[in-house]
Write a protein that binds this ligand. Structure first.
Ligand code: S2G
Ligand code: ZN
Length: 463
């Protein structure tokens, strides 16, 4: 802990025992899922109310102490990593669902509500919270808003941003802003809510959010289809989108599937081994829709875009098919993967994939390369697995070199170097591949307005 930190004063701002400085807590709360930076916070503070968050921010301004917000610590861009003696503000004790309105179909959450808890709450009310991803069991709503989390249902439901009806934030000066007041329509000037969504806590901290819910989908059904090559995947998407209102369209490569099947706890989707697999989901709310799906499958087989496939016949089989896709990230974390989370417009995916794959083939002859992701909304996860014997630093250095070629290609396709995982620190140095100098200058100007002393998660998104 840095010796200048007025820690005794900080303790007076929260309840007893809600400021931790022991090594284990500093390690646990000072990091997220990334492995690039050693966590080194000076203290962890756990506010229980909006007023306590405001006091902490005022204290940090008075003493020029940097604050890092921490939620479920499932981030993948080191946006929640405290590597330079910052004080971590952890929202674990602000974890209550505080209101629900059946008419507005809205839920008021504190930032520490776990995503899965919100999903379950919605289900219990006969409704649906549609933002979903592998880490939903431990990520927090506040962090999902801070990173504008995406996931597997974006093709139908959009990003977290689409589901925030109202937002209370504490800005970098300690001021509380109540934004949009849960209104569906509100054309009264700038919608400041959207500045804070995806800002990774660099403008202010989410201290309460009103989340919208949707009607519950009926009889969700998944299909996993084996395709003979990259080029067949997008025609399959277009064929099914022409017939069905898809709730998801994902893909993964044979190497990614092999890591899942090697665990031995989930069966292969079918006998045939294919280089690529598409996982699509739709509401089989009528027999006609299910028949349309089968007819489209037959059409794709006739066209040579699909070589085999399976459709879920039960909730359990639906879950098993999804685990083939959703378990990839956690399963491959064993190999300390160099991760990419890139996106282009859907129409550009085929050419983009071919160009990136050529770079990857040329650059990583001796590394294991896995493709997977939300190809239906143009978002691809390219993961390079670290060979056991290769030191991490050497591996990351090699991948970082290749990554400049990947990002040059992303730039050429007007894509994003970070589709859903945020910028944090891992992508900070590459921002210029996806944002103009003018955009970055305006972002910094906005940061100076809301956080004049630069204490709110400094060094994230940009230096
Ligand atoms: C996914 C999870 C993190 C990753 O599985 O869609 O966003 O890239 C990822 O492994
Ligand atoms: Zn993803």
């Amino acid at each position: 802990m840095s010796d200048h930190l007025p820690i005794e004063e900080l303790k007076t701002l929260v309840e007893p025992g809600k400021v931790l400085t022991d090594a284990a807590s500093l390690e646990t709360y000072g990091k997220d899922w990334t492995k690039h930076y050693a966590p080194a916070p000076s203290a962890i503070v756990f506010p229980k109310s909006i007023e306590q968050v405001q006091s902490i921010v005022r204290w940090a301004n008075a003493h020029k102490v940097a604050l890092v917000p921490s939620g479920g610590r499932t981030g993948l861009s080191a946006a929640a990593v405290a590597a330079n003696g910052e004080v971590v503000v952890a929202f674990d004790y602000m974890n209550q669902i505080v209101d629900f309105n059946a008419v507005d179909r809205s839920v008021v959450c504190q930032p520490g509500v776990i995503t899965e808890q919100l999903q379950q709450f919605a289900e219990d009310k006969g409704l649906y919270y549609p933002v979903d991803f592998a880490s939903a069991g431990s990520s927090q709503v506040g962090g999902n808003i801070g990173t504008n989390a995406g996931g597997i249902k974006v093709i139908r439901y959009g990003m977290t941003r689409n589901w925030v009806a109202g937002l209370k934030v504490v800005t970098g000066t300690g001021e509380l802003l109540e934004l949009n007041k849960d209104l569906i329509k509100n054309a009264t000037g700038y919608d400041l809510r959207h500045l804070f969504i995806g800002a990774e806590g660099t403008l202010g901290f989410v201290v309460e959010a009103t989340m919208r819910l949707d009607r519950a989908p009926k009889n969700l059904t998944a299909m996993v289809l084996g395709t003979p090559d990259f080029d067949s995947i997008m025609p399959v998407l277009h064929a099914f989108q022409g017939k069905l209102d898809l709730t998801a369209f994902e893909f993964f490569s044979d190497k990614a599937l092999a890591k899942i099947l090697a665990r031995g706890d989930i069966p292969a989707p079918f006998e045939t081994e294919c280089p690529f697999y598409a996982l699509l989901e739709f509401e089989a709310s009528t027999e006609e829709i299910a028949n349309d799906a089968l007819a489209t499958f037959e059409h794709c087989v006739e066209q040579g875009w699909v070589v085999d496939g399976v459709m879920s016949q039960s909730e359990q089989q639906l879950r098993n098919l999804w685990r083939l896709r959703e378990d990839i990230s956690e399963t491959i974390s064993h190999w300390t993967p160099y991760k990419n989370d890139i996106s282009v417009t859907v129409s550009r995916v085929p050419a983009f994939l071919r160009d990136i794959d050529a770079i990857v083939e040329r650059s990583y002859p001796d590394f294991e390369v896995l493709w997977y992701g939300h190809i239906g909304d143009g978002n691809l996860h390219l993961n390079i697995l670290k060979p056991e014997a290769l030191p991490k630093e050497e591996f990351f250095a090699k991948c970082a070199t290749v990554n400049t070629w990947v990002f040059e290609t992303v730039q050429r396709y007007n894509g994003s170097i970070s589709a859903e995982h945020g910028v944090g620190m891992t992508k900070r140095d590459y921002l210029g591949y996806s944002r103009s100098e003018a955009e970055i200058a305006y972002m910094k100007a906005i940061k100076a307005v809301f956080d004049p002393n630069g204490i709110m998660n400094p060094g994230k998104i940009f230096n």
